[in-house]
Design a protein around this ligand. Structure first.
Ligand code: HEM
Length: 220
């Protein structure tokens, strides 16, 4: 397990939770809660919230960009170095195209999220109809999370415990199987280990190509 990738993933997911969670709270709790106030009082509340919430939004966006880009670059390096699917993995899975769509949507979400909490005149049209634009932004964020999960699934294989490390190591797993005949589950302490190695490894794994076609890890 790579500690840098793990830290990037933690940072990315936490930043996504905070920023998207803030949007959901604003749309479904704050706006209805303020609806009975007069316009002037509402504006005062929004101004106060801005002062406290803006650093979280800008910090969240910075963290999402930094962790997401680092993760993307590190993942590309890894796939290249390990030569997944003989170097054809990226093209075969359309990983770059999917990432491109996600990145574009994320930039739109960042623009809306900061405009909704900002005060520049260029983004006044967003705040003039907060309810609509918050709903649109949340919708886009949901699509982004779905795309992210899809990207993740593209390189998530059977979870094997190999040589004490977690992760997907199809090539090594096949070698282990060849060296060590399958044991009956629960026969003894070693048998338990054998059981662990078998878990989640579908029968077709034995037909996996000699080069790894997927691997554990990387997420922002
Ligand atoms: C609103 C903004 C964003 C949200 C809500 C978001 C959400 C997520 C989530 C939830 C994951 C984890 C997926 C999983 O493990 O199942 C993820 C992974 C990832 N994100 Fe983001 N993200 C955002 C912006 C970005 C940006 C701006 C970038 C790049 C510049 C980026 C790059 C990535 C990459 C490369 C992964 C790893 C995907 C993989 O496992 O192959 N994300 N994102």
């Amino acid at each position: 397990m790579d500690p840098t990738l793990l830290a990037l993933r933690w940072a990315h997911i936490l930043a996504a939770i905070v920023t998207v969670g803030g949007l959901v709270f604003a749309r479904f709790a704050l706006l209805p809660g303020l609806s009975e106030l007069d316009e002037e009082s509402r504006q005062r509340v929004h101004d106060r919230i801005r002062r406290h919430w803006l650093p979280w939004v800008t910090g969240g966006i910075a963290l999402l960009l930094a962790s997401g880009l680092s993760n993307f670059l590190l993942f590309n390096v890894r796939v290249g170095e390990e030569g997944w699917a003989g170097g054809a993995w990226m093209r075969a899975t359309h990983y770059h195209a999917i990432f491109g769509v996600k990145f574009l949507l994320a930039l739109i979400v960042f623009f809306f999220a900061s405009g909704l909490v900002g005060r520049g005149s260029a983004t006044q049209w967003l705040r003039a109809n907060r309810s609509l634009w918050l709903t649109v932004t949340i919708g886009l964020a949901v699509v982004i999370v779905m795309i992210s999960g899809w990207m993740r699934q593209l390189h998530t294989g059977p979870n094997e415990i190999v040589a004490g490390d977690g992760g997907v190591m199809i090539e090594e797993t096949i070698e282990l199987r060849e060296q060590e005949p399958r044991r009956e589950a629960g026969s003894d302490a070693d048998g338990q280990e054998g059981q662990e190695a078998d878990r989640g490894a579908p029968a077709q794994d034995s037909e996996a190509p000699a080069t790894p076609v997927g691997g554990e890890e990387t997420a922002g």
